[in-house]
Design a protein around this ligand. Sequence first.
Ligand code: CIR
Length: 261
Amino acid sequence: MLIALTREVSPAIIDCELTHVGREPIDVSRAAEQHARYEEILRALGCTIQRLPSLPDFPDAVFVEDTAVVLPEVAIVTRPGAESRRPEVESTADALRAYRPLGFIEGPGSLDGGDVLVIGRDIYVGRSGRSNEEGISQLADLTARHGYRVRPLEITGCLHLKSAVTRLGEDVVLINPEWVDETVFETMNRIHVHSAEPFSANALLVGKTVIVAAGFNRTQERLERAGIEVRTVETGELQKAEGGVTCCSILVETGAVPGAE
Ligand code: CIR
């Protein structure tokens, strides 16, 4: 079974952390509708949605991806780089305990799940304003025993590594080469985002289908031309909070699930 951990949009999202985008008013009920539609698409693609407890006082709590990195062997509970987000991890850890042994990033280390891209046994990690050297090295220690190799990467101009590059299949990535050095992925098939759509690199692979944010038509066309099955979802209000499609879920492959929908 494939579980998607999600969390409802907090009414406080209007006070979210912002790094590379300016603050704009966010329509909270529209954000909640977009999020519900996102969950519907995940369900249609075979996921069982397990909602984490609501955290109405935490503006960025809907962006659950940043709170954990789930591998087949272990789940690493992060220590988010933004201090305002640190308490979000507790309920993620409680939920993940049912599915995986846990490892924890500890202070002064910091790591956001959005910076972590797993491709086979390689774990690429963005050196961002959120993920520091200590956090990256703790991740390496916690995963080396399971046969993973952590490969830190520089990113520029974006919040997280997965704003710049995401995995679309066994050996395919969607990449914005302006934000990350694509030679790192030179052995893989690389699909470039359209240069007029820099934010379109954040795509979520579920099975063989890729979920992309609606409105990035030119990048979508490139994906479809490459034979990739695409589903789009409106994320306009979540984008104003600097969120994309990967950030709103944590996918966990598992057996039977107590308490899931
Ligand atoms: C933040 O700055 O932490 C949130 N406003 C957005 C987090 C987006 N997360 C992600 O891309 N993994």
